[in-house]
Design a protein around this ligand. Structure first.
Ligand SMILES: C[S@@+](CC[C@H](N)C(=O)[O-])C[C@H]1O[C@@H](n2cnc3c(N)ncnc32)[C@H](O)[C@@H]1O
Length: 247
């Protein structure tokens, strides 16, 4: 994993519970985008699977599919492994790959991929390699579901709460702010407050680079690899499917 930097060393504890509302909101759309993919064509790859909410969804919507959940961050991988291991049906078909995508040994043929809330971790050169490796492996009728998150171009994002989750007495609140950090990137500044309900508060902060990409950029980059882009889900949700040929 030479080129990979773990941006979740400090926040990995909270990501899965704070991202759950995103999956509640868009999970059904993502499921529809994958439905009908020919699982006989090869495994489905969940790129940056995190705690595995998308992995579980993909395995449920494609009950014949093998799923390779690629997750480089040890903290998030622990959540993923437990989520997979506690369900016998997932344990049978889902493998957890402890690599970043560009280092993972992937099969020559895949039936599809999920890349949710992850594309911004790849710089432009990295994205080029991602599109190349996916286009080469994607089966002729396969599909790749991904999303592009705001901001789509470098812009300041004022500090605001980005999520809250309660577990027992505990309450975790995430705050996020972004500043442009280059012509194609922002730096996200994240802060997590964990109130334990007994009077204690833990705070942790982290920042990381997020590479911006808009729909036009996605279309231009993926077209060079023979991939077509179609939007799915609610207008403006930033959800797209890539497939071979025309969109
Ligand atoms: C915001 S989380 C999203 C997790 C999951 N896809 C979801 O939507 O619930 C981004 C994930 O991408 C992973 N990631 C970052 N860089 C990566 C890379 N180069 N290859 C694969 N995964 C990566 C992180 O470790 C993290 O789990």
């Amino acid at each position: 994993m030479r080129e990979y930097r773990d941006d979740y060393v400090r926040s990995g504890e909270y990501i899965d519970i704070l991202i759950a509302p995103w999956w509640q909101r868009f999970g059904r759309d993502v499921a529809e985008a994958l439905r009908g993919v020919d699982a006989q064509a090869g495994p489905l790859v969940d790129i940056g699977a995190g705690g595995g909410q998308g992995t579980r969804l993909a395995a449920e919507v494609l009950p014949e599919a093998e799923v390779l959940a690629v997750e480089p961050s040890p903290l998030l991988r622990g959540v993923l492994l437990s989520r997979v291991a506690e369900r016998p049906d997932l344990r049978e078909r889902v493998s957890v790959v402890a690599e970043d995508l560009l280092s993972a040994r992937l099969p020559e043929r895949i039936c599809g991929a999920l890349a949710m809330n992850v594309i911004g971790h790849f710089d432009p050169d990295g994205r080029e390699r991602v599109w190349s490796l996916l286009a080469r492996r994607l089966s002729p009728r396969g599909r790749i579901a991904l999303n592009l998150s705001e901001p789509l171009r470098p812009a300041r994002v004022p500090r605001a709460p980005m999520g809250e989750a309660r577990v027992g007495r505990g309450r975790c609140v995430g705050w996020a702010a972004a500043e442009p950090s280059g012509p194609e990137s922002v730096t996200w500044y994240m802060e997590y407050e964990v109130h334990d309900g007994l009077g204690g508060v833990r705070t942790s902060r982290t920042d990381y680079t997020w590479w911006t990409l808009d729909e036009a950029g996605l279309r231009a980059e993926t077209a060079r690899h023979g991939l077509a882009v179609s939007a799915f889900g609610p207008a403006g949700a930033g959800l797209f499917v890539l497939s071979h040929g025309r969109g």
